[in-house]
Design a protein around this ligand. Sequence first.
Ligand code: AMP
Length: 234
Amino acid sequence: MVNDHRILASAISGRHGKGMILALPKGRILKALRPLLHHSGLLAAPCPTDEATRALRFPTTEKQIDIVRVRSFDVATFVAHGGADIGICGSDVLMEFDYPEIYAPLDLEIGQCRISVARHANHATAAEAPSSKIRIATKYPAIARQHFAQRGMNAEIVHLHGAMELAPSLNMAHAIVDLVDTGATLRANGLEETEVIAHISSRLIVNRVAMKTRPQEVTALIDRFRDALRNKTQ
Ligand code: AMP
């Protein structure tokens, strides 16, 4: 037990001794981030955009900055808890967790989509929701609850991590709340988008304590992404 504490303490002090941590999301957003990361000049080998590598932590061209690659839903949690100083995540994730520890200074204009309500395209055969209560399948329980509460409705949540498009036809839910881009996934599953809750894009996010305790390094990294964004779009 004592040893465990020592290991943890040295890991924590090692992490701070090393410098800053930038958390990137795996998957679709990481692909979209490639040009921006390229323009930032931070990428080194092994590269975090290489999906084949199983590594989770990567060096950068800056000795004092490391990149960690985590699930897109976890980026905000790593930054909020101080495991990472800076991160990149969708505004859907920021809305869902609503962490007061995070500030989001830069819209990276990638991963653009919307978070929407979708229902069975054929309302005649779909189970109709009673007027003040609705069952929603989603991986965004907080966003869905808040959206329907604003309409005076109590949303009962069926919390899924994927394939929520199946839930209405299997009578698990009256509707879903999920990300929509082209709408092809909804159409392929007999659903139609009925309400847009919010427009989504990826944001650069910063831990507020890191911003206070190491303002120069954090601001330099924000500026680096701002410049990369400008160069990428020129
Ligand atoms: P689409 O068929 O183009 O409307 O895309 C919808 C599917 O892709 C759903 O499974 C979404 O969860 C996922 N999706 C769409 N846009 C994004 C995004 N920006 N980030 C993560 N997942 C997304």
